[in-house]
Ligand binder design. Structure first.
Ligand code: TXA
Ligand code: MG
Length: 337
């Protein structure tokens, strides 16, 4: 156990965060998606500390964060043609592109793969920290493995106090769900994890954009996941989350007939309340839902919820990312009425 320093966003504090990272330590940093646990992507020992702090399986690769496009050439062996177009439209921003990795990126960082996910975050604090380090930073979401990703510094502290050197408090994350992860194949794009950049956005780059089967369904056992993260349990609060795909009347009826003690609802808005059943709301549109989802899952834990019936989000635009996350937090327990 170590003391975890809380830093702000003054030039001094940012310099201190960068200094710790350059010395091989792990520092939680804000990004526009969720908070990340950052370390020098080139330094095996530093990267091992990330895996230890999270209890993360060592075959689940980390995303490498950069603060200028040119840093791609220090990390990727070759850059797919479509990646330039994606970068032009969506970097800096919540898009991670998988590319063949250079030997400079240790296998510890890439979870043993010969590819690496690269992201140029738009959050100005994240950019400043990467710039000050002068290094690409490996950074997974700053939660304990399996828990909902943190979207503010207090939630990072909850999971990481005593496990990392410092946390830079940059306020609330803007998007609230992690970046879109894509890979390039057959002159097209495959979405491995939906996020802030939607399929509809990516269709501006090329007309061949496939959503991987693993995004909206459980991969059959025995299949090799294209993205190792797909096979692990994710975003789970202590409560059993049950996702209900129905209109509001069907939803209410189902909750009334099936509720037990400590049952809660996750609703779009308070107008949907079910009499006698406590609830939280996560918003009427996909942007709001993405922004709120992980925080609500953590709030249910604090409230001692044992079961949560959740309204099913739209699956278009950023909604696909919301659906993907809530489906996993429900352990794929989706009831269609
Ligand atoms: O928005 C984000 O992406 C956040 C912030 C901190 O940048 N980071 C994040 O990292 O969500 P993490 O480690 O929690 O999720 C990374 C996902 C995992 O599902 C991992 O399996 C996948 O990206 N991934 C990373 N590198 C990969 C690769 N080379 N091939 C396939 N999947 C990869
Ligand atoms: Mg994560």
């Amino acid at each position: 156990m170590m003391d975890t320093l809380i830093l702000g966003t003054s030039d001094n504090d940012i310099s201190e965060a960068a200094e710790l990272i350059k010395q091989g330590e792990v520092v939680a940093i804000p990004t526009e998606t969720v908070y990340g646990l950052a370390a020098n992507a080139f330094d095996e020992n530093a990267v091992r500390k990330i895996f230890a702090a999270k209890n993360r399986p060592c075959d689940n690769p980390l995303i490498v964060h950069i603060s200028s496009f040119d840093m791609v050439y220090d990390i990727a062996k070759s850059v797919p043609e479509l990646a330039y177009k994606c970068a032009e439209l969506f970097w800096a921003g919540p898009l991670t592109m998988i590319m063949p990795k250079k030997d400079s990126i240790p296998l510890v960082t890439s979870g043993g793969l010969d590819t690496v996910g690269i992201r140029f975050p738009s959050n100005p604090i994240a950019q400043k920290i990467i710039e000050k380090c002068g290094l690409p930073l490996a950074a997974p979401s700053a939660n304990l493995s399996g828990s909902p990703s943190p979207t503010n510094a207090a939630r990072v502290y909850e999971d990481m106090s005593g496990r990392i050197s410092a946390i830079v408090d940059g306020g609330e994350s803007d998007v609230g769900v992690e970046s879109t992860v894509i890979t390039f194949e057959n002159d097209g794009i495959r979405i491995l994890r939906p996020g802030g950049i939607s399929r509809e956005d990516l269709l501006r780059v090329c007309d061949n954009v496939i959503v991987d089967e693993g995004v909206s369904s459980k991969l059959p056992s025995g299949t090799v996941a294209r993205s190792p993260g797909m096979k692990y349990k994710h975003y789970s609060p202590k409560a059993d989350v049950i996702l209900i795909d129905s209109d509001i009347d069907g939803f209410r009826k189902y909750v009334v007939e099936n509720k037990t003690d400590n049952t809660y609802c996750l609703l779009f808005d308070e107008g949907e309340a079910v009499e006698g059943v406590p609830y939280l709301t996560y918003g009427d549109d996909s942007i709001e839902q993405a922004h709120n989802l992980f925080e609500r899952l953590r709030q249910f834990d604090e409230m001692g919820a044992e079961r949560v019936y959740a309204r099913c989000p739209e699956q278009s635009g950023v909604g696909l990312a919301v659906f993907n996350r809530i489906l996993r937090s429900a352990g794929f327990n989706l009831i269609k009425l």
